[in-house]
Design a protein around this ligand. Structure first.
Ligand code: PBG
Length: 365
């Protein structure tokens, strides 16, 4: 270690002699300030001492405008089925969904994402039900749109709710084929748009699907329908409870989605995925999962400056709820802290199963 008592004039930096408030740019381009003499004149705790200064210096805020609520819809009427692995989350029949959305709307939540629980009898190897214009998600989207035209509706484009094998695409010789799948995804996107879906969200990770879906939508007069691309979607074990909720887990079995979803080890690759999706016409890009991938959210936002959403996925929700139920953590505070962390990382909006709870808490604050 260098002996600090023996600083020679040559080693001395100009900053040591004349401390200034001039901003200094570090390697990452962020601004740092040379402190005015350092401690004890500099005391970081001054701005933290009272609530009013804390409020004034707060850099990021979570508001209800940041929330999208993912919901599960099932066949039938007046029935709710709890999702075993997601405490507090229920699959709702369309009539109850319409009621639940009324509450979300009243709280000011801008949009919902509808996920269908498809009858196993309708699941096939090629997932034809995905482009049945009268399928469950289309009927649910239409019903919600009719009752609540002001709330945004997002629908996933991917075949996993509809395939007997649980994959997001068509399987040929044991491989999820790309181009043939994209053709089916376009048909799926069209029936959803026709049903009243406002945001088409391809979550399948096939190559070239954003461009193909944009062309298909525009070709049918749906040029106003948004594309929210799951651009950087990782092959993650955090999706487990979701697959439980929509009933695709048993179909998938021990198989995984690593031949199309991203390797959790990769970061630069996410930027390339996002760049491609923007070039193909995505209006909004998304990173998924959320909390373990905040570094990706930040890189994407910094690199492209486009609307960047993040999905706090089922496993994240479940871990929090499970620990809170044991009384081991303060569930509500951790929920709000994690949502704020997404804002700090650069996310413009967050898909979260806690959207309604969070909106209620934001109202109380
Ligand atoms: C479908 C899809 C998945 C999720 C959203 N859309 C699961 C998957 O890719 O296997 C996960 C959402 C969550 O875990 O909350 N492709």
């Amino acid at each position: 270690m260098a002996d600090v008592t023996k600083i020679t004039p040559r080693m001395r930096q100009p900053a040591d002699e004349a401390p200034t408030e001039r901003p200094v740019r570090d390697r990452t381009g962020s601004t740092r300030f040379a402190e005015a003499g350092g401690f004890p004149r500099t005391r970081m705790r001054r701005t933290r001492r009272q609530p009013w200064t804390r409020r004034l210096v707060q850099e990021n805020h979570l508001t209800v405008d940041d929330l999208i609520w993912p919901v599960f819809v099932q066949e039938g009427t007046a029935e709710r089925t709890p999702v075993r692995s997601m405490p507090g989350v229920e699959r709702l029949t369309t009539d109850l969904l319409v009621e639940a959305v009324a509450e979300a709307k009243a709280l000011g939540i801008p949009a919902i994402a509808i996920f269908p629980v498809v009858d196993p009898a309708l699941k096939t190897a090629d997932g034809e039900e995905a482009y049945n214009p009268d399928n469950l998600v289309c009927r649910a989207a239409a019903a919600v749109k009719r009752a609540h035209p002001e709330i945004g509706i997002m629908c996933d484009v991917a075949l996993d709710p509809y395939t007997s094998h649980g994959h997001d695409g068509l399987v040929r010789d044991g491989y999820v084929v790309n181009d043939e799948t994209v053709e089916v995804l376009c048909r799926q996107a069209l029936v959803q748009a026709a049903a009243g879906c406002d945001m088409i969200a391809p979550s399948d990770m096939m190559d070239g699907r954003v461009k193909a879906i944009r062309d298909a939508l525009d070709g049918e007069g749906f040029e106003r329908v948004l594309i929210l691309s799951y651009a950087a979607k990782y092959a993650s074990a955090f999706y487990g409870p979701f697959r439980d909720a929509v009933g695709s887990a048993t179909a998938l079995g021990a198989d995984d989605k690593r031949t199309y979803q991203m390797d959790p080890a990769n970061s630069d690759e996410a930027l390339r995925e996002v760049a491609i999706d923007i070039a193909e016409g995505a209006d909004i890009v998304m990173v998924k999962p959320g909390l373990p991938y905040l570094d990706i959210v930040r890189r994407v936002k910094d690199a492209f400056g486009v609307p960047t959403f993040v999905y706090q996925v089922s496993g994240e929700y479940t871990m929090l709820k499970a620990a809170a139920a044991q009384g081991w953590i303060e569930g509500d505070r951790i929920m709000m802290e994690s949502l704020l962390a997404f804002k700090r990382a650069g996310a413009d909006a967050i898909l979260t199963y806690s959207a309604v709870e969070a909106a209620k808490r934001l109202k109380q604050e």
